[in-house]
Design a protein around this ligand. Structure first.
Ligand code: GAR
Length: 189
């Protein structure tokens, strides 16, 4: 990407923000095709918001009491800031079809399972309850169905004897932090 302008990107979060932090670090590298210009959260007390101040990134809290108004507000700020790419990073709201259509193939998400297995919540608990041999993480394009868009990249994580949801989640998040930047590079190259 040297010499080329980086793509203005928004990261949407709801919580801890470890993927956000990781993407901010990545976006500052020379090879990154994205520039993080905006962080949006549906929760005003999301822990991940602390990374915006430190890195001088604009933040926006969107009140999700009413989904229609929320998406209208979201669209407005994305347009205002000329955002061209969206990374969901632990964003726990489902975007409507009409919103997604406006950013066709420009919204990606990271999910803590080896999709198509274990869409939705509590992925590690469910994988362990089913005695799976592995779980993993997946970066995929976002479509109107939950955790179902075209897969960009994914990584398997082995489940060992005496694995707990906590130990498995820890291994998965470590892989997520490698996978998300790699998937972004793949999208733009
Ligand atoms: C991550 O494990 C991410 O894959 C998951 O939420 C966590 C957010 O952690 N996302 C989903 O479950 C979306 N379906 P983070 O806030 O530390 O990045």
């Amino acid at each position: 990407m040297t010499g080329l302008k980086k793509v203005k990107t928004a990261v949407l979060i709801s919580g801890r923000g470890s993927n956000l932090y990781n993407l901010i670090k990545f976006s500052k590298t020379k090879k990154s095709p994205i520039l993080i210009d905006l962080v949006v959260s549906d929760k005003k007390d999301a822990m991940g918001l602390k990374y915006t101040r430190k890195n001088k990134i604009k933040k926006k809290i969107i009140d999700y009491k009413n989904k229609k108004t929320a998406e209208k507000d979201l669209l407005l700020i994305l347009k205002k800031r000329k955002i061209k790419f969206i990374c969901l990073a632990g964003f726990m709201k489902i975007l409507s079809n009409s919103f997604i259509k406006k950013f066709k193939k420009k919204i990606i998400n990271i999910h803590p399972s080896f999709l198509p297995k274990y869409k939705g919540l509590n992925t590690s608990v469910r994988a362990l309850n089913n005695n799976e041999k592995f779980s993993g993480c997946t970066v995929h394009y976002v479509n109107s169905k939950l955790d179902s868009g075209k897969i960009i990249m994914q990584k398997k994580v082995k489940i060992v004897k005496n694995e707990t949801p906590i130990s498995l989640d820890k291994k998965i998040i470590k892989e997520e932090h490698k996978l998300y930047p790699a998937a972004i590079l793949k999208v733009f190259n």
